[in-house]
Ligand binder design. Structure first.
Ligand SMILES: *Cc1c(COP(=O)(O)O)cnc(C)c1O
Length: 367
């Protein structure tokens, strides 16, 4: 079976994690935490990074640190992983789902504009599958209305928009280091920002809102959203290899492009002229497909030893949530798409096998 994603763990990761365990600093104090935070901030081009127990807790922490809660509205794309919406809900605020642009799968600035009202406190653009959202237009809208922009960059480490790295484009950015993301710490996340006040507030809330100069005294209800030094050790090693990993992602995409580029009725990830896509996932869209056809194709590929994933379902279609606006493009993109295998160690032969198998199945379908 060719899996969809597996992390790339080299000797370096094993060496650093071993050192962390041997040092006895296994919880959330330790050298690797500091190193990971300062190196990750450098990587994103921000003043600060603070690491957390997951991408989801990074999102929740950022929203809490901005004081967002009951009575507030936060705008997000309907096409995303559920965590983006759940983090908003944890605060008591209301998630407002708007549509995406068909070309890059990211939140449509026009639909954001239409959804803003006096309760809107923030926009969370998601850089979906490694392609950045149009941050220039979103920042303009946010500035006009005095609202925050929190980038959900969980799937886009190293992607760029208008020449700048994601995580440095909004008021803050959040990242995930889950096992299938560009780099991993097992479970883990980060917030990046250049705003010192927001940074201190997030640091405080991450650790039970413990007073800096009075131990076991708390003026607010905080959280335990800390990362461990063992996880950070894994992260430091992964971060040393991130350019190599990103390079491999581009190669994988170009091999898929060569093999599938001329097939009628199918599309792969696109890239806007102002963007650098990092191709976290290979996204295959098939014109006019429905959930039923998509699932049948995935079953056929599985029988041939190829694992795939469906695109995310629009979050507003799930029972806990509901639509405020029509999000037809999100529905369409979701129906038409699957992710193909793209892990670090995949070979060109394996990619060719996947593409040939896919072409065979699709042409048999059209007969
Ligand atoms: C993975 C992911 C998250 C959540 O990250 P976890 O580390 O799994 O909590 C949030 N948003 C998006 C878009 C993601 O893909």
């Amino acid at each position: 079976m060719i899996p969809i994603a597996i992390p790339s763990i080299s000797k370096l990761e094993i060496e650093y994690v071993t050192k962390a365990v041997e040092s006895g600093w296994v919880s959330s104090i330790g050298e690797y935490i500091q190193e990971f935070e300062s190196e990750y901030a450098k990587f994103c081009g921000t003043e600060y990074a603070l690491v957390t127990s997951s991408g989801t807790t990074a999102l929740h922490l950022a929203l809490e640190a901005y004081g967002i809660g009951r009575g507030d509205e936060v705008i997000l794309p309907d096409l995303t992983f559920i965590a983006t919406a759940n983090a908003i809900t944890y605060t008591g605020a209301k998630p407002i789902f708007v549509d995406v642009d068909e070309d890059n799968f990211c939140i449509s600035p026009d639909s954001v504009q239409r959804a803003i009202n006096s309760n809107t406190k923030a926009i969370i653009p998601v850089h979906l599958y490694g392609h950045p959202a149009n941050m220039n237009e979103l920042n303009k809208i946010a500035l006009d209305h005095g609202i925050r922009v929190i980038e959900d960059a969980a799937e886009a480490h190293g992607a760029k928009a208008f020449g700048k790295s994601v995580g440095s484009l909004g008021d803050c950015g959040i990242f995930s280091f889950y096992g299938n993301k560009i780099i991993t710490t097992g479970e883990g996340g980060a917030i990046t920002t250049s705003d010192p006040e927001f940074y201190s507030r997030a640091v405080e809330l991450r650790d039970h809102a413990m007073c800096k100069d009075k131990r076991y005294w708390h003026n607010m209800i905080g959280f335990n959203y800390r990362m461990t030094n063992m996880q950070a050790a894994l992260g430091v090693a992964q971060l040393k290899r991130i350019n190599e990993i990103l390079h491999k992602k581009r190669e994988i995409f170009s091999t898929y492009s060569k093999n599938l580029g001329s097939v009628n009725g199918v599309r792969l990830n696109k890239c806007a002229p102002w963007a650098e896509n990092i191709y976290w996932m290979i996204c295959l869209s098939i014109d006019g497909y429905t959930y039923a056809k998509r699932d049948k194709l995935m079953r056929s590929l599985y029988k041939e030893g190829i694992d795939t994933r469906p695109f995310f379902y629009p979050v507003s279609s799930m029972s806990m949530y509901s639509k405020t606006y029509g999000t037809n493009i999100s529905d369409k993109v979701s129906n038409e798409g699957i992710n193909l295998p793209s892990y670090y160690d995949i070979t060109s032969d394996q990619i060719e096998y996947i593409c040939n198998t896919l072409k065979k199945i699709l042409s048999a379908d059209n007969e």
